[in-house]
Design a protein around this ligand. Sequence first.
Ligand code: NA7
Length: 535
Amino acid sequence: QSVPSAPQVDAVIVGAGAAGLYQLHRFRQLGLSTRVFEAGDDIGGTWYWNRYPGARCDIESMTYSYTFCPELDQEWVWSEKYATQPEILRYLRHVADRFGLRPHITLSTRVLRAVHQEDDGLWEITTDTGERVTARFLVMASGCATVPKEPEVPGLAEFAGPVHHTSRWPRDGVELAGRRVAVIGTGASGVQCVPLIARQAAALTVFQRTPVYALPALNRPLTGAEVAARKDDYPAFRAAQRASKGGSVFTMPTRSALETDERERTAAYEHAWNQGVLSALLRSYTDLLVDVDANETAAEFVRGKIRATVSDPVVAEALSPRSYPFGTKRPCLDSGYYETFNEPHVTLVDLRRDPIEEITAKGVRTAGQEYPADVLVLATGFDSMTGALTGVDIVGRGGVTLRERWGAGPLTYLGLLSAGFPNLFTVTGPLSPSVLTNMMVSIEQHVEWITDCVAYLRERGLTSIEATPEAERDWVEHTAGTAARTLYPATDSWYTGANVPGKPRGFLAYTGGADVYRARCDAVAAGGYEGCVLR
Ligand code: NA7
């Protein structure tokens, strides 16, 4: 069988979440024939899969939404300060319908393999339904928290009752009423589901390895007046978001925590706490993410709040993070998380004192005792940022896979391109700032850069772009050097790959700020794609 020299489509996009949908829209506007493959049986990505009780975005709804379409901003009405998973999924479905995207999306189809063909420069993409498609451009819009991670404990298969990872929650829900439920993991997903599970379960045992810093969400319905006010101001607000350091509009700090006296500092933290906004506390002072002593003032403030909320001092202490600085692991927004541990039917197991030995048919057995359970919930996170990329057999120049090339850690130029993989783009890829920002704004920035790049090539009759190994190496070094000036890299977290055993260790995001990063990406484009070979 001969290999076709003209692609069957101009572009293939992997994933129909917020990134894939917007990329499809922009490619269609550019006139590219495009196919999207989505493993789920509906669109939505993160907001399709994560339907556990309490799943909610922790960036405000009127901020965490697409910024590109003023009409969309005017017609869509968010109901709460923080949108639930079902509401965000409804929004993404509305976007797909509004922009006529569905006919180009193939659902329930996972891309298994993508091979760059040396002779014609096309990508040949193979799916789990046996389809083969050739495309000039391949865009991985496969998300940063896509591949679920199970706990590394023996016996999971022995458990007699249902086991559900939070990101694979059954559509029809899980029968929790009257059941004894065990939750393993206390990251964002654990913190969100624990209070809701506690309301239904007869008994709830929460297995915590590392405590989180959780701040109050202070979620509430939005009033008509505030929705109207934001809608009036949306164009300016959206522009400010795009120009901002993290995709949200905030006043940035100007003072050092250590140069502020304690009373004033506590008042500032109290004010930040009462905003119910994820990053408010971290934005109180300039030095919280670069100076351990400065950070400790904020960390201790949060611990004080935990002590004031949790009535049993031993439980309060177990819930208080001490092993890492505040904000170096992603903080959480909570709605009643700490209060839940005051309930008589809720038990916290501190795995640092009493580690899990195995899962048995009847429950979870630690070194100290066996905790019986009828339902097991795994809120144990993801192989974040690289898992969805290295999980596909992406074969570049010389038959080298992305997995092999990234064996010691991801190598990207701007988080967008990787040397040896011509015409492969990664939306919110590793070594971009995306996971430290409002993801929607980072997605849009990447999609627009990719779209402009493809337009640039087509206008000039070029067919390929590829990062040079030198430009890539400089970017990898620059991101590592930038991270090394912060407190981030020293903390074990999914930001560093430390949550997955055997995963290479390194800070996986760019810490220099989305504004600085955007300027750099724009400059690269304006300079005719510096650091890339165009053919
Ligand atoms: P996270 O933030 O990675 O949290 C996972 C949690 O599961 C965390 O508390 C882990 O403890 C715990 N965990 C993982 N493996 C184990 C084992 N083997 N034993 C015990 N406990 C374990 O995932 P989330 O889903 O909560 O949130 C992911 C992000 O998605 C979130 O930050 C948002 O940006 C969206 P550890 O801290 O590793 O000791």
